[in-house]
Design a protein. Structure first.
Lengths: 222, 253
């Protein structure tokens, strides 16, 4: 292959990629805010006694888990405005699409974590007279949240990678900035390589931290 | 009131689906009693403790504490008096400490949250108990940093924080390595000497003989024999008990 790699133009325009990265991080942060809170609410619904509460929550989780994120993003952008006759800022739309998707995955993570609290912990609570909210707040939740943490972090950083999909609907994120730069400079190989490296540089440490936490939990089973 | 039994279990029925665990079990204990319950595995020894702790539904019968109705079968529901339940404490086979709290907080959580004890008061009491059990140096450690024997002693201290009138021990040394059993049994002996009423399920017949004021042999859903350890373990009156005891001691040798 006689292609001559020229990273010069990419370095020169690194600030543009930087601006894109800021948008990607904003999307990720806000989506996680929705994912962590809404996801918890959905998880509680999934565990509700009444099927009337359980069914819609379960339906939501399945819909988001069983359709491609790309389709979800596109659907939010093109169908929501038409169906509901409202136009919202693309950025808000992107945050909503990614956030609700993340909520569905996190709900599953929370639910599994609550389920993983050993029955013996409930027995211990009953024997000590710890009931109701005290039991949830001081025993069940701390237990469950620790169990859920690796999953929530993995889901959260996955959304950072998935956020690249919103470039398709012209949100100026890292991927979009990369696309623009590649066209401008005629240097797609260099540009997309750098873009990939940036995604990797942000995701890899988080993934490492998750591995550390999991290893620690394995040791700390009381 | 004075002659009311600490605990009176009358005609207890319990089943899991089609499996009948208790078929009219009747048993009572006085304040000075330390009951050790023995019997074939699957005979419901642990279930009996769980029922007395208020962790299980019952199918029929009633349980009185100090002459007051504690657990009753009322129509389709098991009714448990929560005030009386609070006077019973339980130590489990697998310690069941709260892994996210340090030892001190494991002890203070319940008294602070359910008895309205101040944090300072609870901590003082907890430190007193931990010192008594030789665990004061571990107050700020987490359960995962303790040995099984230490965890179980913490679990006993945690139960004592609520000043129970009756303490239940469900095979508390079964999960321990043999060399750690003694330290837990020593704590239980100490409580026994201090006059704590206890109901104990154990497979350790030697320990049973030492700690029990009465041994109860339960099998087939009822109490088969009930008497002092010298009787039930050494000279059982009922053939079925004799058979069981002989088998258990033969296995030991």
């Amino acid at each position: 292959m006689s292609y001559d790699l020229q990273f010069f133009y990419v370095w020169q325009n690194l600030d543009k990629l930087g601006q894109g990265l800021v948008v990607s991080l904003e999307l990720t942060g806000l989506a996680n805010l929705i994912g962590l809170t809404l996801g918890f609410g959905v998880a509680l619904l999934l565990r509700a006694k009444s099927a009337l509460l359980r069914a819609p929550a379960a339906a939501m989780v399945e819909v988001f888990r069983c359709t491609p994120v790309l389709v979800q993003v596109v659907w939010f952008f093109y169908c929501v405005p038409i169906l509901f006759n409202l136009f919202i800022d693309p950025m808000v739309m992107g945050v909503l699409a990614l956030g609700v998707n993340l909520a569905a995955f996190n709900a599953e993570g929370y639910r599994a974590a609550i389920q993983s609290v050993p029955r013996e912990q409930y027995d211990a609570c009953a024997a000590l007279g710890l009931t109701g909210w005290t039991r949830i707040r001081h025993v069940i939740l701390p237990h469950a949240l620790r169990a859920a943490l690796p999953v929530l972090m993995t889901n959260g950083i996955t959304i950072f990678q998935q956020s690249a999909l919103v470039a398709l609907v012209a949100i100026p994120d890292l991927m979009y900035a990369g696309k623009m730069l590649a066209t401008e400079t005629y240097r797609p190989i260099e540009t997309y390589t750098v873009v990939a490296a940036i995604y990797f540089a942000i995701s890899a440490p988080v993934s490492l931290i998750v591995q550390r936490i999991e290893a620690r939990f394995d040791r700390v089973q009381a | 009131m004075a002659q009311d039994k600490l605990l009176k279990i009358h005609n207890l029925h319990k089943s899991y689906g089609d499996l009948e665990i208790f078929k009219g079990l009747t048993l009572s204990m006085d304040r000075g009693d330390r009951l050790v319950i023995i019997g074939p595995s699957g005979g419901g020894k642990s279930t009996l403790l769980r029922i007395v702790m208020g962790l299980e539904d019952i199918v029929g019968g009633d349980i009185y504490m100090d002459g007051k109705p504690y657990i009753l079968r009322d129509g389709a529901k098991t009714k448990i008096d929560r005030k009386l339940q609070a006077r019973v404490g339980m130590v489990f086979q697998h310690y069941t400490l709260f892994p996210h709290l340090d030892i001190l907080r494991n002890l203070t959580l319940a008294p602070v949250k359910t008895r309205g004890m101040s944090r300072a008061e609870a901590e003082e009491k907890a430190m007193g108990l931990l010192t008594r059990f030789g665990l004061d140096a571990k107050a700020r450690a987490y359960p995962s940093q303790l040995s099984g024997g230490q965890k179980q002693r913490v679990a006993i201290a945690r139960a004592l924080m609520l000043d129970p009138d009756l303490l239940l021990f469900d095979e508390v040394t079964s999960a321990l390595d043999p060399e750690l059993v003694a330290e837990v049994e020593a704590v239980m002996m100490e409580l026994a000497e201090a006059g704590m009423p206890m109901m104990i399920v154990t497979h350790d017949m030697h320990f049973a003989r030492n700690i029990a004021s009465r041994v109860v042999f339960a099998a087939g859903g009822v109490v088969v024999e009930d008497g002092p350890p010298e009787q039930v373990l050494d000279a059982p009156q009922v053939a079925r008990t004799r058979e069981f005891v002989e088998r258990v001691f033969a296995k030991k040798r």
